[in-house]
Ligand binder design. Structure first.
Ligand SMILES: [Zn+2]
Length: 201
């Protein structure tokens, strides 16, 4: 992949979209709006330091097969599908889930997906190849669903992965969320925190 420069760190933002984070959202994750200050801090830090971002974003059709399992959410082009304010960088470009889709040289690449596992998209491997990094630092929602899938997939490719534990949210913090964190650690992911990541040292 020509032009791909190995960077220290790439942020991997999972599904920080209105339908998941806002109480009015179609598939609201209880309490997830409390992540917004942390997300703003991470993005401010990324903008100030030129940190590349890979974001995943659900982009469903109106009769998406996934809606057999979940209430309709994140229908492409709706306000619910939009990313939460503060999580969009100037020059962000979305990549449709289509084999051979062009991977833009943008500060934020948004990987559109229709399934809970971003590694089922046709594009994620090309996006990662275009953004080689020493560390992939993951945050977003939902801990025990899309976040854990992303971490599994990154670890399966041998990537160094960190998870920002105060910038993820779970549908079930007591059991499933906790178990997902344990699984990510067992898979070799390290845990970090917003303050630790974003403090100059
Ligand atoms: Zn979905």
């Amino acid at each position: 992949m020509h032009g791909a420069v190995l960077t220290d760190l790439v942020l991997v933002d999972i599904d920080t979209q209105n339908d998941f984070l806002l109480p009015v959202g179609a598939l609201y994750v209880p309490g997830a709006e409390k992540l917004i200050p942390a997300l703003e801090r991470i993005y401010d830090w990324a903008r100030s330091n030129g940190i590349p971002v890979i974001s995943t974003a659900d982009a469903h059709s109106e009769r998406d097969p996934e809606f057999a399992s979940w209430p309709p959410h994140c229908i492409a082009g709706t306000l619910g599908q939009a990313k939460v304010p503060g999580t969009l960088m100037t020059g962000a470009i979305a990549v449709p889930n289509r084999a051979g889709a062009a991977i833009p040289d943008a500060p934020q690449i948004i990987v559109e997906k229709q399934t809970v596992d971003v590694f089922q998209t046709a594009t994620i491997r090309d996006v990662l190849a275009a953004r080689p990094a020493q560390r992939y630092v993951v945050f977003g929602v939902v801990t025990e669903i899309c976040v854990v899938h992303a971490v599994r997939g990154l670890r399966a490719l041998g990537k160094n992965v960190e998870v920002i534990t105060d910038a993820i949210a779970s549908l079930d913090n007591a059991v499933a969320g906790r178990r997902a964190i344990d699984e990510m650690v067992a898979a070799g992911a390290r845990l970090t925190a917003v303050q630790k990541l974003c403090t100059p040292h």
